[in-house]
Design a protein around this ligand. Structure first.
Ligand code: PHE
Length: 441
């Protein structure tokens, strides 16, 4: 007997917990900053609605229909080589992603500790603080292992109930904090240029690379194109309504990302930080915004603590994919499965983390190992996974089955169903393929 989520709210918290994380608060601002702001955001919104929402439907449908891990799901629903490929991507992508995700998760823990010790107040030069920390070889490695260890403990101990319980309080709290920071950031002198950067799209900045980055970010932020939502879908009960759940998660996740942009970008411009400077953007900017608020140190501690929790509810969904796969396909005990996953990801993360050390810098395809892993996973593996997934629900799955899954627990209007199926069969595959190919040639 497979486990099920307890109720509708439990499903929502778990899926939203997977979606909302570092992707919204750390990755979205810096990728958007790197790719020019407003025009990137418009593209991102377009991809979220037209490409990603139907993919989320598809992944939940596949998982619930198959009642199996992300690899087994394809094998069970459609034995055959192409679809096994989709299964392989579903397992490979989360391994690569968790490799560097847990490095950034480690940074959030370190920043929480520093805020707690009042380090931000005493340091004038926060840019140097971040650069110095990530480029030292030992310390970030330990925090990465610590974060990964926490993730493993939660997946093992099934404290998931606990996580569910706390998430209900912590996620709204994070929302309130980000609103507060946005309010502070927007009212800083010189913030106007940042608001303009967000909302006045400059279409001359668009090119193939930007389009690919926006699509990759949409997949990453919504946890799509790989096994996470398929695995969670397999724990959903029949009476759960897939379109409604998906729409709620997509709306919340996107709202979070835009708010994060509103909190970060105006401050970036007000403080004269370079918007395209890369993965350190949030870690450098947030302590500076909070230093402008009364009780800034306390706020900073709370902010990074909650960010760490948001990251954990995402990282457990990544680790869960590999664990369920190993335990179902190789008949491993859950403990052994978690241990094996931990080992593989610990090593990958070490490579990513050490790539910031100038002496050990590992360069792959002209990028640091960290950037290469992120680029490969988000911009190539996830869209490729998404492509196979829509081909599966659009062409391979019988229409009646798809309709049945989408209407369970509430019904789905036939006109809407036709539109979604049209997107799945034609629009989405052509769009993804064109964007991917456009970047190769
Ligand atoms: N969506 C998560 C975030 O935004 C990251 C993630 C990606 C989780 C892919 C699962 C799968 O932080």
């Amino acid at each position: 007997m497979r486990e099920n989520f307890s109720n509708r709210f439990g499903v929502l918290v778990a899926v939203a917990g997977s979606a909302i994380g570092l992707g919204n608060l750390w990755r979205f601002p810096y990728i958007m900053g790197k790719h020019g702001g407003g025009a990137f955001i418009l593209l991102y919104l377009l991809f979220v609605i037209v490409i990603c929402l139907p993919i989320m439907y598809s992944e939940m449908v596949i998982g619930r229909r198959a009642q199996a891990n992300a690899y087994g799901a394809f094998r069970r629903l459609a034995p055959g080589s192409l679809w096994t490929g989709a299964g392989v991507i579903s397992i490979l992508a989360p391994v690569v992603i968790l490799g560097y995700y847990s490095v950034v998760g480690g940074w959030t823990l370190k920043y929480m500790q520093m805020a707690l010790c009042g380090s931000f107040g005493r340091r004038e030069n926060l840019d140097g603080l971040f650069g110095g920390f990530i480029s030292s070889p030992g310390e970030p490695l330990l925090w990465h292992l610590g974060f990964l260890g926490l993730t493993a403990l939660i997946v093992l101990g099934g404290i998931k109930n606990g996580i569910e319980k706390y998430s209900k309080i912590l996620m709204p709290a994070l929302f309130v904090m980000v609103i507060l920071m946005a309010a502070r950031a927007i009212t800083l002198p010189g913030a106007g240029a940042g608001v303009e950067f967000l909302f006045r799209p400059d279409f001359s900045k668009l090119n193939g690379e930007v389009v690919l980055a926006a699509m990759g970010q949409a997949f990453f932020s919504l946890s799509l194109g790989m096994g996470a939502i398929i695995t969670y879908g397999s724990y959903m009960k029949r009476k759960e309504n897939i379109p409604r759940t998906s729409a709620l998660v997509v709306a919340t996740d996107t709202g979070f990302a835009i708010l994060a942009g509103l909190a970060i970008m105006p401050a970036v411009f007000a403080f004269g930080i370079e918007p395209g400077q890369g993965p350190g953007l949030v870690f450098i900017t947030v302590p500076k915004i909070l230093a402008q608020l009364p009780l800034g140190g306390l706020f900073a501690t709370v902010f990074f603590a909650i960010l760490a929790v948001a990251a954990l509810t995402s990282s457990i969904s990544l680790l869960e994919v590999m664990t369920t796969f190993l335990s179902e396909e190789f008949r491993m005990g859950r403990k052994a499965a978690v241990a094996v996953s931990f080992g593989v990801i610990a090593v990958l993360g070490a490579v990513a983390s050490l790539s910031f050390d100038p002496d050990m810098r590992l360069i792959l395809f002209g990028k640091s190992a960290f950037d290469a892993m992120d680029y490969f996973a988000s911009n190539i593996l996830l869209p490729l996974g998404g492509l196979l997934i829509v081909l599966f629900t659009g062409w391979r799955m019988p229409r009646a089955e798809l309709l049945e899954e989408l209407s369970a627990g509430g019904g789905f209007r036939l006109g809407l169903f036709r539109a979604v199926r049209f997107l799945l069969r034609y629009v989405i595959p052509v769009a993804i393929a064109a964007i991917l190919l456009g970047n190769v040639f």
